[in-house]
Design a protein around this ligand. Structure first.
Ligand SMILES: Nc1ncnc2c1ncn2[C@@H]1O[C@H](COP(=O)(O)OP(=O)(O)OP(=O)(O)O)[C@@H](O)[C@H]1O
Ligand SMILES: [Mg+2]
Length: 371
């Protein structure tokens, strides 16, 4: 049996004058799924949510919710609650009134309104603050009221636009996990827009990487992290070191890449041709630093230029012989003493940990800057 997707976009295009905000988007969201739309500013994330919510109409393509084409269906008939990027509560209404707003509009009977409102307020743990006004609540509490209001409206699909944007880091992490379990426990479906890769990796079942109006890659957090299909994705999710070079040899073991200044590195990938201009990406955590060469690894010589403590691990900035700068992230273990600025080290990374990409047409910097 095939399960019908809950939300489906087929070749959806949206333009604003000369700007193509979304370009032939195809996307299916399963019932009960937690999907994150991850992308830089201006990528089209809000536009995508507004289209699903029914606040905008596509110029081309179709949108389906529960198998029904909804291009012309008004927002209130879509079974979806849209939470704005800058969530707006009614300032003159207390928490209770804010949350019961949807049910009241829908003219449910009083008992049902009361039951649903108190249940949802308990869910977001704000039952005791039901008489407070928005300005009397912290940012995180206001956020939870907005969430409660969306859920109380009976919507099965939550459309969340940067729901934790305005909150401090710790609260954001707390609310993330809270929201994810809420969605799973209540069997809701969430489409959560964010530009924060860590947030997306943490909460999603799947992540769709949106860039310049197109979906660049879609997959589970682990797939996106371990098998990024583009320089953009690898640099946007997790980040990496990038080596520019030319393929100088390909044999049964892999390829050899010649870098600036005559340095050579080996990668296991054999899919490129000799003479091709390429970019090799290596994650920071795949670069180890030591005093001796490691067999079977790439070994380069460098000098530590800077040392940064990033809670639980050390991040090193290293200058290579060819003047290139590299970053390495090394987990701090009880006994290890961090390396010091000025030390000469051997930088090692395995050919298998190197990902190779075609040199981007607009140049490497532009490609990464586009973030
Ligand atoms: N109502 C509008 N009129 C004209 N252009 C618009 C409108 N809404 C969005 N755009 C344009 O569409 C593109 C995508 O905008 P959108 O708001 O979807 O981006 P976003 O990914 O949500 O960005 P951010 O992370 O900054 O919120 C941008 O170039 C934006 O200027
Ligand atoms: Mg936006």
């Amino acid at each position: 049996m095939t399960v019908l997707p809950l939300v489906e976009l087929v070749n959806v295009t949206k333009r604003f004058g000369k700007i193509t905000a979304l370009n032939r988007i195809n996307l299916s969201v399963e019932d009960g799924e937690y999907l994150c739309i991850l992308g830089p500013t201006g990528a089209g994330k809000t536009t995508l949510l507004r289209l699903i919510a029914g606040l905008l109409e596509p110029d081309e393509g179709e949108i389906y919710i529960e198998g029904r084409k909804v291009n012309k269906v008004p927002p209130e008939e879509r079974n979806a609650a849209y939470m704005f990027q800058n969530y707006a509560l009614f300032p003159h209404m207390n928490v209770w009134r804010n949350v019961s707003f949807g049910p009241i509009i829908k003219e449910w009977n009083q008992k049902r309104i009361n039951d649903v409102t108190s249940e949802v307020l308990e869910m977001v743990r704000l039952g005791e603050r039901k008489n407070a006004y928005p300005h009397e609540l912290s940012g995180g509490m206001q956020q939870r009221v907005a969430l409660a209001r969306g859920i109380a409206s009976g919507a099965r699909i939550l459309l969340l636009d940067e729901p934790f944007g305005a909150l401090d880091a710790r609260l954001r992490v707390n609310l993330r996990t809270h929201l994810k379990s809420l969605v799973k426990d209540q069997r809701l479906t969430a489409i959560h827009v964010t530009h924060d890769q860590e947030e997306a990796l943490m909460v999603s079942d799947r992540i769709a990487i949106l860039r310049e109006g197109r979906i660049e890659q879609i997959g589970s957090p682990q797939e996106i992290y371990t098998n990024p299909k583009s320089i953009f994705t690898i640099s946007f999710v997790g980040g990496a070191n990038f080596f520019e070079g030319v393929v100088s040899r390909v044999n049964e073991f892999g390829s050899e890449i010649e870098l600036r200044g005559g340095l050579r590195i080996h990668v296991s990938d054999r899919s490129r041709n000799v003479g091709e201009r390429v970019v090799v990406a290596v994650r920071r955590e795949h670069i180890s630093l030591g005093k001796s060469r490691r067999r079977g690894f790439n070994n380069l010589l460098g000098e530590i230029e800077d040392v940064m403590f990033v809670g639980g691990s050390m991040e090193y900035m290293i200058k290579l012989e060819n003047d290139m700068t590299l970053f390495s992230r090394i987990l701090l273990k009880g006994s290890s003493t961090p390396l010091r600025r000025g030390e000469i080290v051997i930088i090692s990374f395995h050919p298998r940990e190197c990902r190779i990409f075609e040199y981007p047409r607009r140049g490497l910097l532009k490609e990464i800057e586009a973030i």
